[in-house]
Structures are given as C-alpha cells and as structure tokens.
Design a protein around this ligand. Structure first.
Ligand code: NAD
Length: 236
C-alpha cells in the first residue's frame, strides 16, 4: 500500500554533534568522552552492578556540564521551524538543549539526564532537574535511583513512535550523529523514498540510502537549511 506523507511534517534526528558547539563532549570524536572513560566501566548494567558510585559520578559530571551549556544556533533554528511546520525532534542525546531552545515535541531515544528512575520499578521516573544522584538517593519505594538513560546493551526508548514519525515525514534532517549506534541509526531506514532527506555532520560511519550528506558544522548549516524551508519556496 502506498504510504501517505504528511507534507507539513519535518523530523529532525539529532546526535551528540549538535551539542558539541554548546560545549558538551561527543563520544567518538578525538577528545570525545570515550578517550577518557571506557564504556564498560561507566555505561553498562554490569558497570552499575560492579561500581554504582563510579557510574553515578560519571553521569553527575555529564549533568554539570550540560547544566552550564546553552543551546546553540542549530537548536534555536530547529525550534523556530515550528512557526511553519509540524516538527518532531528525535534525539539520541540525553541533554535538554532542544527543550531549552523551545522545541515542543522532543522524543528521547536514549533517555534524559535530568530524570532518574527507580531500580525496583522502572516505571517510576522522577524529574530531578539539575540535582546529582548519589548512593542513597532513593525512590518512594526506598530503592536506589539510577540515571534515566539507556546503557549499552539496554533497549532504546520510544522506537515504535519514532518509526511512525520517520515513515510519514516529508522532510528529514539528521544532525551531528556518527550513525554508528544501533538500533537508533536503523530508524532512518524507515523514511519514504519520496521524503527530502539530509544529513549534516562532520563524519558518518555509513550513509543510509537516499540521504544527502553535507559535511559541515551544525551551527552554520542547520540555520541555512531551515531558513530555506521557512522562507524559500516549498520543496515538497
Ligand atoms: P557520536 O559521538 O557517535 O557522533 C557525533 C557525531 O557528530 C560525529 O559524527 C561528528 O562528526 C559529529 N559532529 C561533531 N561536532 C559536530 C558539529 N559541530 N556539527 C556537526 N556534526 C558534528 O554521537 P551519536 O551519533 O549521537 O551517538 C553516540 C551516543 O552518544 C548517543 O547514544 C548519545 O546518547 C550519546 N551522547 C549524548 C550526548 C549529549 O546528550 N549531548 C553527548 C555525548 C554522547
């Protein structure tokens, strides 16, 4: 059955690169986080079981860094796109820079660092804002709280709703991701052949079929593309 595209819908799919110019480190670039830490020590369930204090300390540091960062021109341009389009932001980021820039529909695939959840009942999720988590930070059931983030080996969040949005969007703009983290990167394959599909990044592992790759900094190129969509002629 032919798929019906929503001509007014834009999906923005982002990764750590969009927040790099706000001062939040990416994982894989040189100088990125994995040069300082090993994944196994801080971002897996095994790490949490072995040394939860080290894991909490790692995420407390990430949160401190995120709290002092400000959205950059790429985040702001994406929020401005809502003036004309139905915009869905799907992000691999755990930061809240899209929300702070003013985007009203943000889906997090890998969780949110401003939230914590119970280790006894994962449906108990608390908005803790900029507060750090420590051993002894408890939920209402008196169980330890953990960061509400997806660790390597855990299931991503919101993948079904993300697939739906990607599959009927008329435009898809991918920003600042290496597309090397699965299954998040696979979601982009759900896009229609007829959708306009652009990737802006400094580097990608593998270009998905049908996407145009623009090697550029997010802060420069994202506002350019968005200006064209907002004020140029309708391309859909
Ligand atoms: P990644 O580190 O694998 O890739 C980052 C990509 O961004 C690279 O391809 C790089 O070339 C590009 N990039 C760097 N600076 C850029 C710029 N100024 N403009 C445009 N592109 C730029 O990150 P990923 O693909 O998001 O996947 C890794 C995981 O990292 C995700 O699961 C995410 O949860 C996590 N992460 C999130 C944050 C955050 O919340 N800000 C920070 C670090 C890592």
């Amino acid at each position: 059955m032919a798929r019906i595209l929503d001509g007014n819908k834009v999906v923005i799919f982002t990764g750590a690169g969009i927040s790099a110019e706000s001062g939040i480190q990416t994982f894989r670039d040189s100088g990125g986080l994995w040069n300082e830490y090993s994944i196994e020590d801080v971002a897996t369930l095994a790490a949490w079981k072995k040394d939860p204090a080290l894991v909490l300390n790692f995420y407390n540091e990430r949160k401190m860094n995120i709290c002092i960062a400000e959205p950059n021109s790429a985040h702001m341009a994406i929020a401005a796109l809502e003036k004309k389009y139905n915009v869905v932001v799907i992000t691999q980021n755990i930061d809240d820079l899209h929300e702070r820039a003013g985007s009203s529909n943000v889906i997090h695939l890998h969780g949110e660092i401003m939230k914590a959840r119970s280790t006894y009942d994962e449906t108990l999720i608390h908005d803790i804002g900029n507060k750090p988590l420590y051993i002894g930070s408890k939920c209402q059931l008196r169980s330890q709280l953990r960061p509400h983030v997806v660790w390597f080996g855990e299931l991503i969040m919101n993948d079904e709703i993300s697939k739906k949005h990607i599959s009927n969007a008329a435009r898809i703009l991918v920003v600042g991701t290496s597309l090397s983290v699965y299954p998040a990167a696979n979601l982009l394959k759900k896009a229609s052949h007829h959708a306009e599909k652009i990737i802006i990044s400094l580097d990608i592992a593998k270009k998905p079929y049908g996407y145009q790759f623009i090697c550029a900094k997010a802060s420069k190129m994202v506002p350019n593309i968005i200006d064209k969509w907002l004020y140029g002629k309708f391309l859909g």
